[in-house]
Design a protein around this ligand. Structure first.
Ligand code: CMP
Length: 140
């Protein structure tokens, strides 16, 4: 078992419905600690930069438009195997494929408005955490 950090985003569909507390309760119940957190509104440039890896995908523009449509909560989760643990708790990208009891199965509105984002690997987590948080904002 290895203690990891991963980036979590609560997306505009979830902040609009005031689901932040319910979603974060699931992370904490599963042993993931929120060690940094802020509520922000992305510019289009910031959303495009964050999702740069998807820039050639057909859903890229719609995804960026959705991600700037309201506030998001960006946060860092820490715990044993936090990267895969977070993804297990979130469920599959498409809520129709997500396991019962996962965040996306219970809360997501669609494959795009799927309530949460989580880093997909340790390397991505490092980059995504650094995208939103400076060293001084992170517990050492
Ligand atoms: P996320 O984990 O934030 O990573 C990329 C996002 O693109 C994904 O969640 C979805 O919100 C969004 N998306 C929209 N359409 C698709 C699609 N067809 N396949 C994958 N992701 C999609």
């Amino acid at each position: 078992m290895v203690v990891q950090r991963t980036l979590s985003i609560i997306k505009p569909d979830a902040t609009r419905r005031d689901l932040t507390g319910q979603i974060n309760q699931r992370f904490e119940d599963a042993g993931l600690r929120i060690i940094a957190q802020k509520r922000i509104r992305l510019s289009r440039e910031q959303a495009e930069a964050f999702y740069d890896v998807h820039k050639t995908r057909p859903f890229f523009n719609d995804l960026c438009t959705f991600m700037i449509s309201g506030p998001i909560v960006v946060q860092v989760l820490e715990g044993e195997n936090a990267v895969t643990e977070n993804r297990d708790i979130m469920g599959a990208t498409d809520p129709q494929d997500a396991r019962e009891g996962t965040i996306r199965r219970d809360f997501a509105e669609s494959i795009e408005a799927n309530s949460v984002h989580g880093s997909d690997s340790e390397k991505t987590a490092e980059l995504e955490v650094a995208f939103f948080f400076s060293k001084i904002e992170l517990l050492q």
